[in-house]
Design a protein around this ligand. Structure first.
Ligand SMILES: [Fe+2]
Length: 250
């Protein structure tokens, strides 16, 4: 798609310093995010398209834990298809020109999803997932994030155990998340089926792992628990999670 006629996913839904999902004040946030992107008249119509953004590191940067072959398919084909299909679905509709979060919330339709929901949410979820990892990731969080993990889960070890269990027990395709619940100012574990995410629950997403088989099958075959362990031990970017928490609690 032509760059001049494209909308960056990153600029569409990421704060400059790390990104997060809309919270209960999301209506205020979303209204301020609207129309931040360039729109261009094409053949007499007004349109704007989302553009697939690459992960914030080279495709081989997470080797050997997540292979470039996995990125070739997972980002290059699956994520791309979600973005391309979303653009086709919203073209010429009242959703055209809205932010990605707006489209997710509108098409979630209070639990009775409209056709564009799956592609919109999957486009968002995957960008969030890529930015949840970094080369030489893993280790333990620190600062306020660790403080809240200890407060809300009892200990970091307990949190890891519960996060792994949530990811392992999400039946079929889906996601596991660490989220922040604005109404009680606490961290929470959430697991969601298919394309659903914490935005539709009114929570702020802080961390996610994709547990669709396409996320790990090339590297781990059916060994989802091994993939989850490597994610936590070698890939997770606690800096990204801390940045999102800082935004959520600002
Ligand atoms: Fe995926």
């Amino acid at each position: 798609m032509a760059a001049a006629n494209s909308l960056s996913l990153t600029s569409a839904f990421l704060p400059r310093h790390g990104f997060h999902g809309p919270s209960h004040n999301q209506n205020v946030q979303l209204s301020t995010q609207k129309k931040q992107f360039a729109r261009k008249a094409v053949s007499g119509t007004i349109t704007a398209k989302f553009e697939l953004q690459p992960p914030p590191y080279p495709m081989d940067a997470l080797e050997p834990h997540m292979s470039s072959r996995t990125f070739e398919f997972h980002w290059g084909k699956h994520h791309r298809a979600y973005v391309d299909n979303l653009n086709k679905q919203i073209d010429g509709t009242e959703l055209d020109g809205k932010t990605l979060e707006d489209i997710i919330l509108i098409t979630y339709n209070k639990g009775s999803p409209l056709p564009a929901f799956n592609n919109a949410a999957q486009a968002w979820n995957h960008q969030f997932f890529w930015e949840s990892m970094k080369p030489n990731g893993g280790g333990e969080p620190s600062g306020k994030l660790l403080e809240l993990i200890n407060r809300d889960f009892g200990s970091y070890d307990t949190f890891v155990k519960e996060f792994k269990a949530a990811a392992a027990t999400q039946f079929g395709s889906g996601w596991a998340w660490l989220a922040y619940k604005p109404e009680d100012k606490k961290l929470a574990l959430v697991k969601t089926p298919n394309a659903e995410n914490p935005l539709v629950l009114g929570y702020t997403a802080l961390l996610t792992i994709d547990v669709w088989e396409h996320a790990y099958y090339l590297d781990f075959q059916n060994r989802r628990p091994d993939y989850i362990s490597i994610f936590m031990e070698k890939l997770v970017s606690w800096e990204a999670v801390s940045s999102r928490l800082k935004t959520a609690t600002a």
